[in-house]
Design a protein around this ligand. Structure first.
Ligand SMILES: Cc1cc2nc3c(=O)[nH]c(=O)nc-3n(C[C@H](O)[C@H](O)[C@H](O)COP(=O)(O)OP(=O)(O)OC[C@H]3O[C@@H](n4cnc5c(N)ncnc54)[C@H](O)[C@@H]3O)c2cc1C
Length: 510
């Protein structure tokens, strides 16, 4: 029987970062992954097509630094991409760092208002980033614990940061952070594609629409690392390969093609894991990057008190995001877009109301007839050209299930939606891949195929993430920790959940 200091269950971005950090701090670590490759959702693809995740906006330099990856590494030095809001009249709108432009290069009349609003949200995002880089505030108990001085200093720094905003901004931050993006955006911008783009950025991966409370928090969370969007050179797999290399350098044993079936307990403390092929691997610490419901299934419910199990069962994770990857006949430019714009981030979200209306059917388990879409034109390793699209809203609990017909229908709606702004797109398509939430769930284990493993909503954030009493990564028996997207601060290719969890495990058992 192998013996380790810690076992990490799941080799997605968070599992890799948690394991590597522990390895670099001298722990003997094994990272167990059920699929034949590492990277989880970030680098999951079907038949070598585009990966689920296709852009970086939240990747944490702090998490990278802690696992020894240089933020200047060539894989991470891709040029920032602009966002292009696709328009039916062919007058697309380009969002750059310095303002908003029509596709002919002239300045958009709402440029200044958009810049002012995003600048303000990015400032607030910096505060959320500070919150994201540590466990959520733990109150008096945490301050009195080992590491309590650090906790105190961190909270003091956050308080100073808030104060530094000035009275007006501090009040506004506290006013807006929990409100809905519909109201905040339309206070400053007129209804239309400029406002629609911000509404879309507030809802990716969530079961919310722009009128849902807390969507401003999601938008600010997304802007927490400055709002710049990039793509890793060589694609998302190049980034996750880099993380695998860092884990190996840190001495971690990587075990692909191995599925954990049980977390073993001895006298209310973790003692190791059992795999589906009957192996037992021993360790006094297990960090699970799976959602709490799956983790508790692996320990058995008797490891937790009744109230904890009730809370775990009630964690909401209703996936709403699918991928429709369109293989293009050739690599030529997309209709109605210059070659330059075709390589930027393309959004179809013509107004805030459009995004809200797209959400409505999904609330009732129905497919939206008009989707909110993010698309990137890219090439895969085999030289094929793709339009890789993320589509909202494709509910995981679709009425009638995700049959082949339903998948075909989703792909048709995605092409129809994009064709409104890119007429003739359908003629350029040579093949389609449709990856729906049920498929994402079966591939990665994420409940409902949810982007963040657990909904990012006001009742499941910060000290309530993934649920009350579990926000500081430890869970139930001694030595059991959560380290995946369901924990604070949430998912995205960011890595802070994994990093914070590893630090919590070190603090508990240095
Ligand atoms: C369609 C879609 C598009 C997205 N696009 C983006 C994007 O462009 N940019 C971005 O920043 N984020 C994006 N995300 C979100 C991002 O990919 C995830 O939030 C993040 O990758 C989650 O990482 P994780 O390590 O917490 O979990 P996961 O990546 O889900 O990793 C969990 C791992 O555990 C493994 N596992 C499961 N069960 C077991 C078991 N029993 N034993 C062993 N291993 C097991 C799984 O195979 C998986 O590898 C997207 C998500 C989706 C669904």
């Amino acid at each position: 029987m192998s013996q380790f200091d810690a076992i990490v269950v799941g080799g997605g971005v968070n599992g890799l970062i948690a394991g590597t950090l522990l390895g670099r701090r001298g722990k003997n670590v094994c990272i167990i992954e059920k699929s034949n490759g590492f990277g989880g959702m970030a680098s999951y693809s079907v038949d070598g097509g585009p990966t689920l995740a296709h852009s970086l906006y939240n990747l944490s330099p702090r998490a990278l630094g802690d696992i020894g990856i240089d933020t200047q590494h060539p894989v991470l030095s891709g040029k920032p991409v602009s966002t292009v809001s696709l328009s039916e009249d062919g007058r697309h709108i380009v969002f750059k760092n310095d303002g908003v432009y029509w596709s002919d290069g002239t300045k958009h009349p709402e440029s200044d208002a958009w810049s002012d609003l995003t600048r303000q949200l990015i400032t607030y995002g910096d505060l959320l980033r500070q919150l994201a880089e540590a466990p959520p505030p733990g109150g008096q108990k945490a301050i009195l614990s080992r590491g309590g001085l650090n906790e105190f200093l961190r909270l003091a720094k956050l308080g100073i940061g808030l104060k530094k905003l000035g009275k007006y901004e501090m009040r506004r931050f506290l006013q807006v952070v929990l409100s809905n993006v519909h109201d905040i955006v339309l206070d400053d911008l007129s209804e239309g594609p400029v406002a629609g783009m911000l509404a879309a950025d507030a809802i990716w991966g969530t079961a919310t629409g722009p009128r849902s409370p807390g969507t401003v928090f999601n938008l600010i969370y997304r802007l927490g690392h400055g709002g710049t969007i990039t793509q890793p050179a060589g694609g998302m797999c190049a980034l996750t390969d880099l993380m695998v290399e860092a884990a190996q350098k840190a001495g971690c044993l990587l075990m692909p093609d191995t599925e954990v079936s049980r977390i073993l307990l001895d006298n209310d403390a973790v003692s190791g894991v059992e795999t589906t092929d009957g192996r037992t691997i021993a360790a006094p610490n297990v960090l699970s990057s799976l959602a709490p419901k799956l983790t508790s299934r692996m320990t058995g419910p008797s490891a937790f008190d009744i109230e904890t199990m009730r809370r775990v069962r009630n964690i909401r994770a209703r996936g709403t995001t699918a991928k429709v990857n369109l293989r293009l006949k050739d690599s030529s430019a997309l209709p109605s877009l210059s070659d330059e714009l075709a390589h930027e981030r393309l959004i179809y979200a013509p107004s805030v109301e459009y995004v809200e209306a797209a959400f409505n059917p999904a609330k009732y388990g129905q497919m939206s007839k008009a989707l909110v879409i993010e698309a990137f034109k890219m090439q895969t390793a085999d030289g094929a050209s793709w339009l890789s699209t993320i589509v909202q809203y494709a509910p995981s609990d679709l009425e009638g299930g995700w049959t082949e017909t339903a998948k075909e229908q989703l792909a048709e709606i995605a092409v129809e939606t994009l064709s409104r702004a890119l007429p003739g797109l359908g003629d350029q398509i040579a093949g389609k891949q449709v990856i729906t939430p049920d498929k994402i769930e079966s591939a990665t284990g994420a409940p409902g195929g949810h982007w963040h493993h657990a909904e990012m909503s006001l009742d499941q954030l910060l000290t309530l993430r993934p649920t009350n009493g579990m926000s500081r990564y430890s869970m139930g028996p001694k030595g059991l920790f959560q380290c995946g997207a369901a924990t604070h601060p949430g998912g995205d290719v960011m890595g802070l959940a994994g990093r914070n969890a590893a630090l919590a495990a070190l603090e508990a058992q240095p």
